[in-house]
Design a protein around this ligand. Structure first.
Ligand code: JHZ
Length: 392
């Protein structure tokens, strides 16, 4: 592993602090990012035990945005049309944003965060509240193997590949399909979206690195779709190499080619990226300093896991951002990790309340701008760091 970026000492991204714990010491880790020249994998170097992150207090809910609900609805329609699966397994089913588009009989979920699994179970969807592993796979597929496994924004969170893919291979029937969806490394590099790295995101994949890993488990990508979710993601359609039912589509070769043209297989690319990150920090701090001199009031919008990386790396705290608005019930009245900025229940933005708004949820810019049209029309401004720090 060759280290190329150090984003400093960081708290755990989704560990929002309760008021009574504000003076308690937070668990922190050094967020360093490295490249593996052998398999092109980009990953964080120091990992946090999964139990410390994915537990009954997990605050993130996929259903929180219209964009995500709509993306899952569209995908489920596509899956039904293209693969017509009898039984689906979702690894990392969160609060059911994907599952609920299917009939209860046709889908089983795996969600280690008990508070989230409770939501899908309550609606009658079979959900196993465990971490994905071989034993669980054996238990779920004891009677029937599944036709399709779907997993969005989960694979990048699990350290042990061997366990994941062995469990996947064991669960899928001979003609079974695996669909993985995760942030695209190429988009992350292009957008200087260094906030895609935090404790939970152990890996940010390129298609060339993912295929190298899949090779070990006799799996291959046969189609890739690029999506706009989470700042630009890739949706990988994967099959067992022994399954000749699907031909490898051009999209796969095209992605491999474009990624190589953009140097994702070279360490020098990541060193250049690191320089851009350092520059981005400086520019974002310049903006905040300038607005402070002008005595402008700034609040934050969307207390994302990504914000944790940006704010802690750039040392932007409650002196600079008064509070954050967020719609997620689990986050409201808590404080952002590290910077201790308060999170308040979302209220429509008003020019009377604030001058500038730091866009924590930059990946939902379109949805948010639509929602806050009145604020924008009245001269309200946003601060973003993607793809470079600026006021919009
Ligand atoms: P969002 C999480 O990351 C964590 P985060 C996780 N590790 C991961 O991989 C991705 O998700 C998938 C709020 N919001 O989706 C809701 C508003 O308040 O960018 C959320 O708290 N108003 C599993 O946290 C946050 O913003 C709105 O109008 O970086 C968005 O979080 C909208 C649209 C969102 O993921």
């Amino acid at each position: 592993m060759k280290k190329f970026l150090d984003l400093g000492l960081q708290p755990l991204a989704n560990s929002y602090i309760e008021k009574k714990n504000l003076n308690k010491k937070e668990r922190k880790f050094q967020l360093e990012i490295a490249f593996n020249p052998k398999n092109y994998l980009v990953s964080i170097l120091n990992t946090v035990p999964k139990e410390k992150m994915f537990n009954e207090k997990y605050p993130y809910k996929s259903s929180e945005s219209f964009t995500m609900r709509d993306a899952f609805l569209k995908l489920s329609k596509k899956i039904k049309k293209r693969f017509n699966p009898g039984l689906i397994l979702e690894v990392g089913s969160n609060d059911g944003a994907f599952m609920f588009n299917f009939n209860k009989k046709n889908i089983v979920g795996v969600e280690p965060c008990k508070n989230l699994a409770k939501i899908t179970k309550k609606k009658g969807y079979k959900t196993f509240s465990n971490y994905w592993n071989i034993n669980l796979a054996k238990k779920i597929t004891k009677k029937t193997k599944v036709d399709l496994i779907y997993s969005a924004n989960t694979l990048s969170h699990i350290k042990n590949f061997s366990e994941i893919f062995k469990a996947i291979n064991l669960s899928l029937n001979r003609k079974g399909i695996l669909i993985l969806e995760d942030p695209s490394l190429m988009k992350c590099i292009k957008n200087v979206a260094y906030d895609q790295f935090y404790c939970e995101h152990i890996y940010v994949f390129s298609s060339i690195s993912l295929q190298k890993i899949l090779d070990f488990y006799n799996l291959e990508i046969f189609d890739i779709e690029s999506t706009t979710t989470h700042g630009g993601s890739n949706r990988y359609f994967i099959k067992k190499k022994t399954n000749n039912q699907y031909k490898i589509k051009n999209s796969v070769f095209k992605n491999f080619k474009i990624e190589k043209m953009n140097g994702l297989h070279k360490f020098s690319t990541y060193k250049k990226f690191a320089k851009k990150v350092i520059h981005s920090k400086k520019k974002l701090n310049d903006i905040f300093e300038d607005l402070a001199i002008k005595q402008k009031k700034i609040i934050g919008y969307g207390a994302t896991a990504k914000s944790c990386t940006v704010l802690n790396y750039c040392q932007i705290n409650k002196d600079k951002i008064k509070f954050f608005y967020d719609t997620t019930s689990f986050k409201i009245n808590k404080y952002l990790p590290g910077t201790k900025i308060k999170i308040k229940k979302y209220k429509k933005l008003s020019i009377k309340e604030t001058d500038y708004v730091f866009l924590g949820a930059w990946n939902f810019k379109n949805e948010i701008f639509k929602k806050e049209k009145t604020f924008i029309d009245k001269g309200g401004k946003f601060i973003t760091h993607i793809p470079f720090p600026r006021i919009i």
